[in-house]
Design a protein around this ligand. Structure first.
Ligand SMILES: Cc1cc2nc3c(=O)[nH]c(=O)nc-3n(C[C@H](O)[C@H](O)[C@H](O)COP(=O)(O)OP(=O)(O)OC[C@H]3O[C@@H](n4cnc5c(N)ncnc54)[C@H](O)[C@@H]3O)c2cc1C
Ligand code: FES
Length: 281
């Protein structure tokens, strides 16, 4: 076993659900007590075992001072459906925290771009930026109003540092009508930013990567791939020469630009590459 793979984080810890909090029309945050998760860095993830169903990767979306933490789950299949409907006191297992999270740069002003349900790791990033007194703008995109994630949380954090929050919906029923990447482009045109942090659909990440190059702004993006081991052994999360679980899930612009599979292919549960099915947000 490699030295970096030793330690208590690899042991599965059985904990119980403390509460579920509805965040949007499709996402619920599931809280549980687990000290290592409560001390994770924004962008790190857990392998969450849902008894009798599956073990799946989930970003840690809340790290609380009382030793509890949460993941924010969107129902897309058997495991996420089951976790969504688990009740208080029911058991789950967790391993981790795993992976490289977002790194705080020395810059003064960050642009956070959140696309749909993928925005789970950006909530704790905004908590950290606010705690460090770093100014930021958050562009929160979703197809419809009810799916805008962490809007109140971003607003409370932005208030502490003089930042701003721009909701964007595709149907224009709330906030700016359009795509989060279009609003991000307008922000980059108008104001100076030192870093772009993003998570969401890959077409959005690819567009932001191009914008980062055009405006000479560093970027960090969190990627999602099917994961089984979560610790760099099985290869199911491979994207080009990277393993998303171990080398990411947060990557910088240099690594993202090397990835020919980004926004092109994604492996299925059997490891077969196939076309990426993602929508722009
Ligand atoms: C690092 C990381 C962090 C994640 N954080 C969250 C989170 O905070 N909240 C959340 O709701 N989900 C998160 N996910 C995605 C989540 O793990 C998958 O949606 C889940 O494993 C699907 O399992 P299922 O049994 O519900 O559905 P499945 O039937 O297994 O999958 C449903 C559909 O989603 C696709 N899919 C499954 N797993 C992934 C994956 N890992 N990446 C991309 N597409 C996938 C499948 O190809 C299929 O089309 C994260 C994934 C990764 C890799
Ligand atoms: S999930 Fe096994 S190598 Fe990444």
């Amino acid at each position: 076993m490699l030295k970096s793979e030793a330690g208590p984080t690899h042991r599965q810890r059985i904990t119980t659900i403390l509460k579920g909090v509805v965040e949007t029309s499709t996402i619920k945050s599931v809280y549980f007590r687990d000290e290592p998760s409560s001390r994770a860095e924004p962008g790190q993830f857990l392998m969450v075992w849902i008894p009798e169903v599956d073990e799946i990767p989930m970003s840690i979306s809340y790290m609380c001072e009382d030793g509890s933490a949460a993941v924010s789950v969107k129902m897309v299949g058997p495991a996420t459906n089951s976790l969504y409907f688990r009740r208080r006191n029911q058991p789950i297992g967790v391993r981790g925290p795993y992976g490289r999270g977002f790194s705080l740069t020395s810059g003064k002003r960050a642009l956070i771009v959140s696309g749909g349900a993928g925005g789970a790791p950006l909530g704790p990033l905004s908590d950290l930026l606010a705690a460090k007194g770093r100014e930021f703008t958050v562009v929160v995109g979703a197809p419809v109003t009810g799916e805008l994630l962490f809007l109140d949380r971003y607003r409370a954090n932005a208030l502490k540092v003089g930042g701003k929050v721009i909701p964007v919906t595709e149907d224009g029923a709330y906030g700016v009508k359009g795509l989060a990447s279009e609003v991000a482009e307008a922000e980059l045109k108008e104001s100076d930013y030192d870093i772009i942090y993003t998570c969401g659909p890959e077409p959005m990440i690819k567009r932001l990567l191009d914008l980062a190059e055009e405006y000479s702004v560093p970027i960090q993006a969190s990627l999602e791939r099917i994961m089984k081991c979560g610790i760099g052994i099985c290869g199911s999360c491979v994207i080009d020469s990277y393993r998303v679980c171990r080398d990411g899930p947060v990557f910088d612009g240099e690594a993202l630009r090397e990835m020919k599979e980004l926004n092109v292919t994604r492996r299925d549960h059997a490891g077969r590459p196939g076309p990426l099915q993602g929508r722009h947000t």
